[in-house]
Ligand binder design. Sequence first.
Ligand code: NDP
Length: 299
Amino acid sequence: MTTTATGTTGSLAADPVTVLGLGDMGSAIARAFVERGHRTTVWNRTASKCRPLVEAGASAAATPDEAVEASRFVVVCLLDSAAVDEVLGSVTSSLAGKVLVNLTSGSPSQARSNERWARERGAEYLDGKIMGDPPDVGTSNVSLSFSGSRSAFDAHEPILRELGGVAYHGEDAGLAAVEFLAQVAMGYELLIGFLHTLSVVHAEGVEVEAFAERVAGSVAAYPPLLTMMGKAIGSGEYGPDLGSLRVQAALMDDLISHRESLGVEAVRMREVKELMDQRIADGHGGQGFSSLFELLTKR
Ligand code: NDP
């Protein structure tokens, strides 16, 4: 039996949806569906978190089974893959003909395993990964990557777009997680380099805040460079981006010795220098920075 604040069910839009998991993100997703007029059924392990959604117009299900039975379109947004396994593993009602959209963060292999699990039960599976904050769900500040069933994506793209910007990466269910992890990793790779650089600036007695502002201006040059490097790697034609490796390698010695003289970690600079030296030794000293990719893929 489902309950709503008004006692009504089925009077809203034609596409009923179910949301399993009402943490910060799941609640924001459920609220977006309610606000857009979907008959929304929610379930959460801690039942009290259903109350604000019920007050907004959703129906609360007492069990995952009951929630799954309420809609053909079922969204899962739990803490992690262990929670997904636990909750979906407890579902005994039929999943045949359902569309299961898992918006829980996780790995590509977990997504592929979920896809097999859903397919064996006759459900279509879409794996989705969210970039953005819960309060921004329903706006273009949130972007969602999807992979898995193409037909499910095509049929339900309008509903998915109600949550934010969407992109479909392919039938391999793991691809949305690949995209998500790579995008997140890119941020961390960049930011740890930024923090090490700030520690160099700090060690030299330069004001960190003012430097950060200056460097924020100079990184504006990077987006075109990233695109150009991607093209060079795609084509295997490595022009001298950032200058030739021979010239860049000479500069690396200064960067390394400067860091070491200040007692600042130089591990990444040494890695870059090592790769440049190898590439030069292999006869590619006239090529640019993007050509180091060739060595990374051989490791
Ligand atoms: P929360 O910590 O706010 O909520 C976690 C949810 O998972 C709760 O509903 C919790 O239930 C449930 N849960 C955890 N373990 C279990 C379990 N063993 N069985 C049943 N339910 C369980 O997380 P968010 O809502 O913020 O995040 C959900 C997903 O969204 C995560 O994968 C996260 O990485 C992703 N995401 C979150 C973002 C954010 O900014 N919040 C941004 C982008 C992605 P209970 O209430 O009972 O504890």
